[in-house]
Design a protein around this ligand. Structure first.
Ligand SMILES: Cc1cc2nc3c(=O)[nH]c(=O)nc-3n(C[C@H](O)[C@H](O)[C@H](O)COP(=O)(O)OP(=O)(O)OC[C@H]3O[C@@H](n4cnc5c(N)ncnc54)[C@H](O)[C@@H]3O)c2cc1C
Ligand SMILES: NC(=O)c1ccc[n+]([C@@H]2O[C@H](COP(=O)([O-])OP(=O)(O)OC[C@H]3O[C@@H](n4cnc5c(N)ncnc54)[C@H](O)[C@@H]3O)[C@@H](O)[C@H]2O)c1
Length: 525
């Protein structure tokens, strides 16, 4: 009697299991961590047409997760740790999600390759002409990204495998609210699985304006940049969001003449304006031109290059154009209507505080639910969704979350900005530390880095920390920890930091702000 797939239309071997090889067969029942080994249950083996016996699950899996990015992975593993039968679905070449394959990991690895090969972080010490490699090729850069992507995919597969999460390769679409059809890359690779709970973690894809002809060669979206065949001599970046500015700074470091076109009047509006000014100064120094308050209306491609036309009539010639003008939720392939769900006009799903969609047993996490659309938050959303689905108690995400922008130089912050404190009439004082005044700053040749602390003049609590320069995205966590514990600036004044380190910037900035607050007291404020 056939036992599997329950409602499938093809052999289950059309899906592959982690880490490689054919599907490992029907799902097993797992013991929760720490509990005695369980005798393998045959509950899933209910033959087609048989009535459900008491205690028998009517579904193939307790949880099916769609999308294997950070949100999906953590939802799947959290479910597995609770002893649930879990499957995760993604395309064979997208295991690890946008994060590993086209987004965070490749872009951050590319940045490291650029920083290393151009030798730019050492130029303060060895001179403006210092290079590790004179003629950097695209393969020098992408060899490193491919290596890291490969390793990261292995890590994801191994984690899923050791947690006994079945990896089903293909594109998922709803058949009904509890049933998902998985279509593999080849004809006949199609089958259907059902689950008590579903987590949608399908992320986003670059938004592509319909009037622009993307040719994957000269006119690219931000995912396709990783397939460039040569470093463009000149590049137009459309959209000065985080993606656009990160790539603009990498190509500028490689020597491309970059023009950034942004329809708003400012960029990175959520960051500290002083730090954004420092970044703009640095990028202009690298021959980046900014066109703020300008909208791209047309891009023409010829044999020799591209011409980008702006609404103002300006025309910009460049070897290539990269669009980074926002992203769109990846929901179009899901057949949401069959699940009773609708996406908004940007393909995103709405959820409640437990990441539950309006269909109660279907959750959505990660970029597909919109802001903040970061890898770190997506992971925690996935874990919390799985916990909620199976009644495991958990605390909500901490309100205080850091932002890291991997431009060259990098930016990071946590807590309030000066603008926010001013508009909500919170009295504060600023403490500054410049890397060039720190021994470590001199040793590493970072003359422009800075740390800015915002401190309440009422109770001396730390309200915000803003960093620019080497290690900013790591150093921010010191301030985050102090703020999360409700700490005051005095903690930083009294703490002994290793010397010489960049962390010492906290002490310098803390002393600076306490001196200012003391002056206020001294002058009778
Ligand atoms: C260029 C770039 C740089 C970034 N840099 C950073 C950074 O430095 N730090 C940071 O925190 N965040 C960064 N992000 C954002 C980060 O990558 C995302 O927040 C994160 O990847 C979102 O995770 P997710 O769980 O939503 O899934 P994603 O990583 O978006 O993956 C979704 C997966 O779902 C799959 N999928 C979609 N539809 C289906 C379907 N129907 N069936 C099966 N599978 C499907 C896709 O194939 C994909 O693999 C960056 C993003 C980009 C694009
Ligand atoms: N370091 C990080 O944490 C990191 C890095 C990269 C991406 N991300 C995530 O990815 C998400 C998407 O980033 P993004 O930069 O693509 O999107 P975004 O929406 O933040 O930025 C798009 C920008 O393009 C501009 N724009 C749109 N159409 C335009 C046009 N025709 N002409 C000129 N300008 C135009 C918009 O005004 C906007 O400023 C971010 O919200 C972020 O969460 C995070």
């Amino acid at each position: 009697m056939p036992t599997w797939p329950r409602r499938g239309t093809a052999s289950p071997t059309s899906c592959t299991a982690a880490p490689a090889g054919p599907w490992r067969g029907p799902p097993r029942r797992r013991a929760a961590a720490g509990s005695p080994p369980r005798v393998r249950s045959r509950r899933h083996r209910r033959p087609v047409g048989c009535a459900t016996l008491p205690g028998m699950s009517e579904y193939d899996y307790d949880l099916v997760v769609i999308g294997s990015g950070p949100g999906g992975q953590k939802a799947a593993i959290a479910g597995a740790k609770l002893g649930k039968r879990v499957a995760i679905v993604d395309k064979a070449d997208m295991v690890g999600g946008v994060c590993v394959n086209t987004g965070t990991i490749p872009s951050k690895t590319l940045r490291e390759a650029v920083m290393f090969l151009t030798g730019m972080s050492q130029r303060e010490l060895y001179g403006a002409d210092y290079r590790v490699k004179k003629d950097i090729t695209i393969s020098d850069l992408f060899a490193r990204t491919q290596h890291v992507i490969g390793r990261e995919v292995q890590v994801v597969r191994a984690q899923l495998h050791r947690n006994q999460v079945d990896l089903l390769t293909g594109t998922a679409r709803f058949v009904d609210p509890h049933t998902v059809a998985v279509q593999g890359a080849h004809r006949g690779e199609h089958h259907t699985v059902s689950a008590e709970k579903v987590v949608i973690a399908t992320g986003t894809r670059p938004a592509r304006p319909p009037q622009v002809d993307f040719d994957e060669e000269r006119v690219l979206d931000s995912d396709e940049v990783l397939a460039l065949e040569e470093i463009p001599s000149s590049l137009v970046v459309v959209g000065a969001g985080v993606i656009g500015i990160e790539y603009a700074s990498m190509f500028a470091a490689l020597g491309s003449r970059v023009t950034v076109v942004e329809q708003r009047e400012r960029m990175l509006e959520f960051c500290d304006p002083e730090i954004v000014e420092s970044l703009k100064f640095h990028l202009r120094d690298q021959a980046v031109t900014f066109r703020f308050g300008e909208k791209v209306v047309d891009v023409k491609v010829s044999e020799s290059g591209t011409v980008t036309t702006l609404a103002s009539g300006k025309r910009i010639p460049a070897a290539a154009v990269m669009y980074s003008a926002g992203r769109q939720g990846s929901t179009e392939e899901l057949n949401l209507a069959a699940a009773g769900l609708v996406a908004d006009n940007r393909g995103r799903l709405s959820v409640d505080e437990h990441y539950r969609t309006p269909v109660e047993h279907i959750y959505a996490v990660g970029d597909v639910i919109g802001f903040p659309a970061l890898a770190a938050t997506s992971m925690d959303q996935g874990r919390l969704a799985a916990y909620h689905a199976f009644g495991e108690s958990a605390r909500e995400l901490a309100a205080l979350q850091p932002i890291g922008i991997y431009t060259i130089p990098e930016i990071s912050y946590c807590g309030a900005t000066e603008a926010e404190l001013t508009s909500s009439a919170v009295p504060y004082e600023v403490g500054l530390a410049r890397y060039r005044e720190l021994a470590r700053g001199q040793i590493i040749g970072d003359a422009y880095g800075m740390l800015k602390l915002l401190v309440s003049t009422v109770d001396r609590t730390l309200l915000g920390v803003h960093l620019f320069g080497t290690g900013a995205t790591d150093l921010v966590h010191i301030g985050q920890a102090v703020m999360a514990c409700g700490g005051t600036v005095d903690y930083l004044v009294d703490t002994v930091f290793n010397y010489p380190t960049l962390s010492e910037a906290y002490k310098v900035a803390a002393l600076d702000v306490t001196n200012k607050i003391r002056a206020l007291d001294r002058f009778g404020g």
